[in-house]
Unconditional design. Structure first.
Length: 249
């Protein structure tokens, strides 16, 4: 055992054991494990890391006597986290997972180190979007509800040129900077639209009124509309003013 970090509830301080032996020479100058203490607002109070070719004497010196408060959060990094074990009241509680999770979070409570799997609560808010809506005008914060975190933005933006159901990905982060990606159902629907179908009843273009801007929006496609009609006119649109005069498109 390279180091054991223990809570002392009477004094509200940490203690840490050490060893003069190298941690793990295979990892050389890479970080092997790390201990970070945050207050309940997410402000860093202490950070200590150890590389593979170091021992834990300096690590223990930094942590011995370090004060804590209930509600503080500890982030533990371990390059081989299956070798990270934690205990409560002297009883074994759990261990990390070697490759899947290298960072684990614990809340300090009167019962000891309480594992916290998620420091933010994210709820997807399914959206309905009118075909042709400009993606730049869609705000990721409207697609999720976040508690104890904030929205970063879209990982995958919605495609608004095609009617139908899809899913978009929204990225959020908690107050400690940990990121999470949530899938949100989105349905793109017709607005005040004219839909042109082509060969096989495939929709080849949708013309939609954008009332706020008093403009049209039209979707397109790159395939041939209907090869049977060859060079014949297959579809078109003509705009007239209120007096019946044709307007330029």
């Amino acid at each position: 055992m390279k180091s054991t970090v223990t809570l002392h509830h009477g004094t509200k301080t940490f203690s840490a054991t050490d060893t003069k032996n190298l941690i793990h020479d295979y990892f050389k100058d890479e970080k092997y494990f790390e201990f970070t203490l945050y207050d309940k607002e997410g402000r860093e109070k202490k950070n200590v890391a150890v590389k593979g070719l170091e021992n834990t004497e300096a690590f223990a010196k930094e942590l011995n006597g370090l004060a804590f408060e209930y509600g503080d959060v500890v982030k533990v990094y371990h390059a081989e986290s299956s070798r990270l074990h934690w205990y409560q009241k002297g009883l074994y509680v759990g261990e990390g997972k070697n490759k899947e999770i290298k960072e684990l979070f614990f809340k300090i409570t009167e019962n000891g180190f309480e594992r916290v799997k998620s420091l933010q609560e994210v709820t997807a808010k399914p959206q309905t979007v009118v075909v042709g809506t400009e993606v730049e005008k869609l705000e990721a914060k409207n697609f999720v509800e976040v508690k104890d975190g904030e929205v970063i933005g879209f990982v995958e933006e919605p495609t608004t040129s095609k009617v139908g159901k899809q899913k978009v990905k929204v990225e959020t982060k908690d107050r400690f900077g940990n990121k999470k990606v949530t899938e949100v159902p989105v349905e793109v629907v017709y607005g005040d639209s004219i839909a042109y179908a082509g060969y096989g009843d495939d929709i080849v273009s949708i013309v939609t009124l954008k009332h706020e801007e008093k403009r049209f929006h039209a979707t397109d496609m790159y395939r041939e509309i209907h090869e049977y009609f060859n060079k014949e006119l297959y579809m078109g649109i003509t705009l007239y003013d209120g007096e019946g005069k044709e307007k330029n498109m």
